[in-house]
Design a protein around this ligand. Structure first.
Ligand SMILES: [Zn+2]
Ligand SMILES: [Zn+2]
Length: 365
C-alpha cells in the first residue's frame, strides 16, 4: 500500500545512477527497496571493495574503498551521511560493489550493483528513497525466490519466472522517475536475499520461453499470477475493467484441494465494518474495492480474495465466505504446481492458463 502511495508522490530527483557492469544486454532494473516501510535511517556495509560517491550541493566526492560502513539518515529533508571518517550533509550517496549489505529498521537486503540513497518527500512525510540498480538476472532470481517457497516443483517455478519477467517488461517505470519496480507486493515481492541454485536454474530455463499475446505486434506481455483461482481464473476486464490482451477466463480443477480454494473468515461487526458491508453488492460478487476497503480497516487476512460468496452476521461478527486468494487473474499458482507435479512442462502450464496467448521458444532451443 505504501508503494501505491509512493507512486503518487512527488519525490526529489535522484543522483545519476551508473549502469551496472555485466554481460547482460538487457537494461538493468532499478528496484525501490524497503517500499513497505518508511525508511528514515539506512546502514550500508561491505567487506569487499566498493566505490562510494557522496554528492553535496557543491561537489561529488568519489572514492574507491577496500570496505565500507556508511549510515544515511533523513534529517529535516536533508541527507545526513556518516562514514568511517566524517559526517556531512549530502544530496545523494551512491555505493557500487558486488556484495553490499543494506539494512533499515531490522530489514536487510543484499545488492550486487549499486545503491542510491536520496532524501524524499512522500505522503508519509520526509524519508529516504533507496534504489538498487541490478541486472535483470539478479532481479528475476530475487523475485522468484521471494514469491516461492522451497520444494515447489521446478517446471512451475520456470512458468512463474516467465510471468515475472513479463511483469517487468509490462511495468518498467511503474515507480518513475527514479525506479522501475518496488520490492513489495504492490509490484512483485523481491526481498529474498539468498536465491537458491534451483531458483537460479529456473530463471535460466525461463529465459528460453516467450509468452506474448497474439493480437498486436508482441508488445503486450501477460504477466499476472495469484495463489489460488478458486476454480476458475478471471480476466483483467472482469476484475479491473481494463481490456488487456492475452488473458482468458479458464476453468481450473487443479487447485480444488489446495489452501484458499474456499475460505471463511470472521471479524467483529463494528459500525465501520457494517457500513462497508451495507454498501457491498449483493452476494455472490467480485469486487477488488470491497476486499481493499475491508483490508484497510481490519487487515488483509479477513477477505482473502475479490470473490465473496456469502456474508453472514452472527455472534457479533461478520462471517465472510469466498473463493480463491488474490485477484484470480492469469496463472493459478496452486493449479500450476499440481500440473507440474503431474509432469507437465512450464510451456504446457502457461498454455493451460493463457490459451489466447502465444508460447514460443527462443531461437536455438
Ligand atoms: Zn511497486
Ligand atoms: Zn486454480
Amino acid at each position: 500500500m505504501l508503494a501505491t502511495l509512493l507512486l503518487c508522490c512527488a519525490m526529489l530527483s535522484a543522483a545519476a545512477i551508473p549502469n551496472t557492469p555485466g554481460r547482460e544486454t538487457t537494461p538493468p532494473v532499478r528496484l525501490l527497496l524497503f517500499a513497505q516501510a518508511t525508511p528514515r535511517s539506512i546502514t550500508i556495509s561491505s567487506s569487499a571493495p566498493v566505490t562510494v560517491a557522496i554528492n553535496t550541493q557543491e561537489k561529488t566526492e568519489r572514492k574507491r574503498l577496500p570496505r565500507t560502513e556508511i549510515t544515511a539518515t533523513e534529517s529535516g529533508g536533508m541527507l545526513r551521511v556518516g562514514t568511517m571518517h566524517a559526517t556531512m550533509n549530502a544530496t545523494a550517496v551512491v555505493v557500487e560493489g558486488e556484495r553490499i549489505i543494506v539494512q533499515s529498521e531490522g530489514r536487510k537486503r543484499e545488492v550486487a550493483g549499486s545503491i542510491t540513497i536520496t532524501p524524499a518527500i512522500t505522503l508519509q512525510g520526509k524519508q529516504l528513497q533507496v534504489v538498487a540498480t541490478i541486472t535483470q538476472g539478479r532481479y528475476l532470481s530475487t523475485a522468484l525466490a521471494s514469491e516461492s517457497t522451497s520444494g515447489e516443483p521446478f517446471q512451475y517455478l520456470v512458468a512463474l519466472s516467465v510471468l515475472q519477467r513479463n511483469y517487468l517488461q509490462a511495468h518498467r517505470n511503474r515507480h518513475q522517475p527514479d525506479a522501475d519496480l518496488c520490492d513489495n507486493t504492490h509490484c512483485q515481492r523481491a526481498d529474498n536475499i539468498h536465491p537458491s541454485k534451483t531458483v537460479q536454474r529456473a530463471v535460466a530455463a525461463a529465459a528460453k520461453i516467450r509468452l506474448t499475446e497474439k493480437t498486436t505486434d508482441g508488445t503486450a506481455y501477460p504477466c499476472y499470477y495469484s495463489a489460488n483461482c478458486g476454480g476458475s481464473t478471471l480476466t483483467p476486464k472482469q476484475v479491473w475493467g481494463s481490456n488487456e490482451a492475452g488473458y482468458s477466463a479458464v476453468a481450473c480443477n487443479f487447485c480444488k484441494r489446495e489452501q484458499w480454494n474456499r475460505w471463511q473468515r470472521a471479524t467483529p461487526a463494528t459500525p465501520e465494518v457494517e457500513q462497508v458491508v451495507r454498501q457491498a453488492p449483493p452476494t455472490p460478487f467480485i469486487s477488488d474495492d470491497f476486499k481493499i476497503a475491508i483490508g484497510r480497516m481490519v487487515g488483509f487476512n479477513v477477505v482473502l480474495s475479490n470473490t465473496v460468496e456469502k456474508i453472514e452476521r452472527r455472534e457479533g461478527k461478520f462471517w465472510f465466505s469466498g473463493r480463491g486468494f488474490g485477484h484470480r487473474v492469469g496463472l493459478c499458482c496452486a493449479g500450476g504446481m499440481t500440473l507440474a507435479k503431474r509432469g507437465r512442462l512450464a510451456a504446457e502450464i502457461l498454455r493451460t492458463y493463457f490459451p489466447d496467448a502465444s508460447v514460443s521458444f527462443a531461437a536455438g532451443n
